[in-house]
Design a protein around this ligand. Structure first.
Ligand SMILES: NC(=O)c1ccc[n+]([C@@H]2O[C@H](COP(=O)([O-])OP(=O)(O)OC[C@H]3O[C@@H](n4cnc5c(N)ncnc54)[C@H](O)[C@@H]3O)[C@@H](O)[C@H]2O)c1
Length: 449
């Protein structure tokens, strides 16, 4: 049966269902549809389906707008809230979110429910490729679910785990050129995956022979990043005390041609991956009666950095006798994206409110109508948020300080202008990016300097 699926994949005769049309799923669905496959993008959020049906794309989706329009117009890309029956074999690609395990939440909840939905209309020869980040052991669990429906994984049903590695806004590495790790239940499923990924990353797949390897690889890669970000952020805190610039240290250390890789300090790692996926490894360690202290420490440091920044701000405002009125700039977790999930900006905001600061936020990507969603994503439901839409002279005149958490390209020049023209008494730059100008009357404090 899988042989026939392979033939159909080669001739683009089978349907592909991409589940979860977020940052990962939508670009993939568009890529495959644009290459000639019949793709149904499935999302449980009806508003998202309606938005995509109406070609109402958000900023991060604009870079594939033309491809999106082409395949929507030629009928290769359809959207639905449900999986559908198909006379030919189906390939389901799972790109749904994976929450962190809590007392009440099982991180596989969405992957599991998606696979169960897919199986309702499945038949022999179908294939499931999981791309979501998952806890160790999840692929085997999914195999059991598939087999409970009477299929034999590796014989008449294919299962693969191919973790997504996308780094939004990375100018060099994107969907098309990032190599991927893949586990496949059998050789034919691997052939099918190679065939599909031809149109994604030129079949640049590194096959591993155990699902656990692929699962650990994904969490370990992100743990590597989290640990190094925490390492450099702790170094920045030390550099504050030593009164040396952390960037000078990193630049000098980077001259070592081996055994060193530069990471730059900031307000802490955020987003849906870096602070989350390492927890999957931590959980596995606990489950097997061992520890992962490096990850535990890195997570602690990551939570501490926003506290350190807000304490520093409190001290600076006190030292210079300033009214506690501040603008927080850059609420997304990284530059030039609209993703506000688990973002250090929100942690700093919360800390400053606790310290009785009068805080307003500014981020060109912040949509006030989504405030509730952002607060939920940052576990800060109920927090009152005041937004300043522009950083023009009038809007900022009553504020005594400005904290740059992220510098988006859209705001960079204006922030520099505010500093150069001394339009605000104090600037705290978590990105360590504003160049000292002795003509400015603004007090400039860089994190790690
Ligand atoms: N965003 C990234 O940069 C990135 C990078 C690598 C890996 N990942 C991983 O990829 C997965 C998806 O991440 P994302 O950032 O695209 O998430 P996202 O929140 O942007 O999108 C997920 C989508 O899935 C939908 N959804 C939820 N449950 C569903 C279900 N049962 N069936 C169909 N749709 C459902 C949601 O409505 C949402 O639209 C996660 O596991 C994430 O950890 C993300």
């Amino acid at each position: 049966m899988l042989n026939q699926t392979l033939d159909k994949t080669k001739t683009k005769k089978n349907k592909i269902e991409v589940f979860g049309l977020g940052y990962v799923g939508l670009p993939l669905a568009v890529k495959l549809a644009f290459s000639g496959y019949q793709v149904i993008g499935i999302d449980t959020n009806p508003e998202r389906i309606q938005r995509l049906d109406q070609t109402n794309l958000i900023e991060s989706e604009l870079n594939f707008k033309e491809e999106f329009l082409t395949c929507k117009n030629n009928g290769n890309l359809l959207f639905s809230t449900h999986s559908q029956k198909n006379e030919n074999s189906k390939i389901g690609i799972i790109c749904v979110p994976t929450p962190i395990r809590t007392k009440d939440i099982d991180p596989t909840i969405f992957v599991k429910s998606t696979i169960e939905k897919f199986l309702e209309t499945s038949k022999e020869g179908d294939v499931i490729i999981i791309e979501s980040s998952i806890e160790v052991g999840t692929t085997d669990e999914m195999k059991k679910i598939i087999e409970s429906k009477g299929f034999k994984v590796g014989q008449n049903f294919g299962l693969a785990y191919c973790p997504e590695r996308i780094d939004p806004q990375n100018k060099k590495w994107n969907l098309e050129n990032i190599p991927r790790v893949i586990y496949c239940s059998d050789d034919i499923t691997y052939e099918i995956s190679l065939q599909l990924f031809r149109f994604v990353n030129n079949s640049n797949l590194y096959r591993v022979n155990s699902p656990k390897i692929a699962e650990v690889v994904k969490s370990f890669e992100n743990a590597f990043r989290l640990v190094n970000i925490s390492l450099v952020n702790e170094l920045a805190i030390l550099c504050d005390k030593l009164k040396i610039n952390v960037k000078d240290v990193i630049r000098a250390a980077s001259t070592k041609p081996f055994g060193f890789m530069p990471f730059y300090s900031g307000a802490g790692a955020g987003g849906h991956c870096i602070p989350k996926d390492p927890i999957f490894l931590l959980e596995s360690s606990k489950k097997f009666g061992t520890e992962f202290k490096t990850i535990e420490n890195a997570l602690q440091i990551n939570n501490f950095v926003p506290k350190y920044i807000s304490n520093s701000l409190e001290n600076l405002f006190k030292e210079f006798g300033l009214d506690k009125k501040i603008i927080l700039c850059g609420m997304a977790y990284k530059p030039d994206i609209e993703d506000m999930r688990d973002s250090p900006g929100f942690k700093i905001l919360n800390e400053l409110i606790q310290k009785n600061f009068d805080v307003v936020i500014h981020d060109p990507y912040f949509k006030e109508e989504l405030t509730e969603k952002y607060l939920k994503e940052n576990n800060l439901e109920g927090l009152k948020i005041n937004v300043v839409r522009d950083l023009d002279d009038k809007s900022i005149e009553n504020f005594k300080g400005l904290c740059i958490v992220q510098t988006h390209t859209k705001t960079k020049a204006r922030l520099e202008e505010i500093y150069k023209n001394s339009l605000i008494p104090l600037i705290y730059d978590c990105q360590n990016s504003i160049k000292n100008d002795f003509n400015s009357k603004t007090i400039l404090k860089l994190l790690g300097d």
